[in-house]
Design a protein around this ligand. Structure first.
Ligand SMILES: *Cc1c(COP(=O)(O)O)cnc(C)c1O
Length: 340
């Protein structure tokens, strides 16, 4: 199963860059969904709180309950069942329908569809939704949207931003008429935050940048972020592979000469996506992962008791033809974490 090492100095370094870009720690909501992108919900929540972050974003109510004491505000993205929520919880609402199912006094962040067309209410429904919030005795605490192309060089981002600005103005008018305090406005994920010249929203929802990456071809000055996670494996056994012998499923790797190899305790069952022997992958120390990765182990041309499998997932993402988010988020939540 190996272990995940969390580098606290690198996390704080990233949070510092993000806070500066957002104009203050209080304007940063750290996104902790999916076990903090595989890094460990409790570990990252505890460290982010120690750094001075006051807001978090999670997917489920279960996640929110686990970190309730650490943040002044936790936004829950997925629709959850009827529940008496903590006063620090804010529920993302995607439809007018959903308002009727929330208990009185729930804090509501209205999600607006500004062009991604995945979820959220439309601009035509805005007035009805805000009136609905009042009628159901809910607290209107936030209004937000999500960009479909913040990481792609196109005008879509600016078009969605313009739509959102218009909706903000409309919301202000409606709130004035109803004597409601203004909700917090937010739209930016990591790549959007770094596309703003002067960030002027109430807060930003930052996921991947917290963990040290920015998948973006649009940011001219890529910030100097540092990967927070490294994955380590322990040696199981060592053997000599004679010249011409082949190792593992399908015998995908053949020894070009007599060589000493060892098996290590990480496999695709731990969420380490399966290398199939057709792409060469080297560990940070320059060892090679030989042949196909098994469910619970893999082979390396090393005798070290412990081997670092990765400290940066960029190469793995390219081998697997995916984004770095996926390499991180698929890691098994049961892998033990060590904070250094
Ligand atoms: C996951 C998510 C984010 C964070 O996105 P990153 O690209 O990782 O910064 C922000 N907002 C919403 C609604 C999300 O679902």
């Amino acid at each position: 199963m190996g272990k995940i090492v969390i580098n606290k100095a690198n996390l704080f370094h990233n949070l510092n860059i993000i806070s500066q870009k957002a104009n203050g720690k209080e304007k940063v909501a750290v996104v902790l969904k999916d076990n903090a992108y595989g890094h460990g919900l409790i570990e990252i929540a505890t460290l982010a709180s120690e750094f001075g972050i006051k807001k978090a974003v999670v997917q489920t109510l279960d996640e929110a309950i686990k970190i309730e004491k650490l943040f002044e505000q936790t936004l829950i993205l997925a629709e959850s069942d009827f529940h008496t929520y903590s006063h620090t919880f804010h529920i993302a609402v995607n439809s007018i329908e959903q308002l009727k199912r929330l208990p009185k006094n729930t804090n509501v962040h209205l999600k607006i569809d500004t062009g991604m067309h995945r979820n959220g209410i439309t601009k035509e429904e805005l007035k009805e939704a805000i009136h609905g919030i009042c009628k159901e005795n809910l607290n209107f605490t936030g209004l937000f949207t999500h960009y479909k192309a913040a990481d792609i060089l196109s005008t879509e981002f600016y078009w969605q931003r313009a739509n959102f600005s218009q909706i903000k103005e409309e919301t202000k008018k409606i709130c004035e008429q109803l004597f409601l305090p203004l909700p917090k406005f937010h739209s930016a994920n990591s790549s959007a935050l770094f596309r703003f010249n002067n960030f002027d929203e109430d807060f930003t929802r930052v996921g991947i940048a917290t963990y040290g990456y920015l998948d973006s071809d649009t940011v001219f000055k890529i910030p100097d972020l540092k990967p927070v996670m490294s994955l380590w494996a322990n040696k199981i056994t060592t053997r000599v592979l004679k010249k011409g012998q082949r190792v593992g499923y399908g015998g995908a790797y053949e020894a070009p000469k007599d060589m000493t190899i060892s098996t290590y305790d990480v496999g695709y069952g731990d969420g380490f996506l399966r290398l199939n022997g057709s792409n060469k992958y080297l560990t940070p120390k320059g060892y090679e992962i030989l042949g196909k990765v098994s469910m619970d182990n893999l082979c390396i041309n090393s005798e070290d008791d412990e081997v670092c499998i990765f400290e940066d997932v960029t190469k793995l993402a390219s081998i697997h033809n995916t984004i770095r988010y996926e390499i991180l988020a698929t890691l098994n939540p049961n892998i033990k974490k060590e904070v250094i």
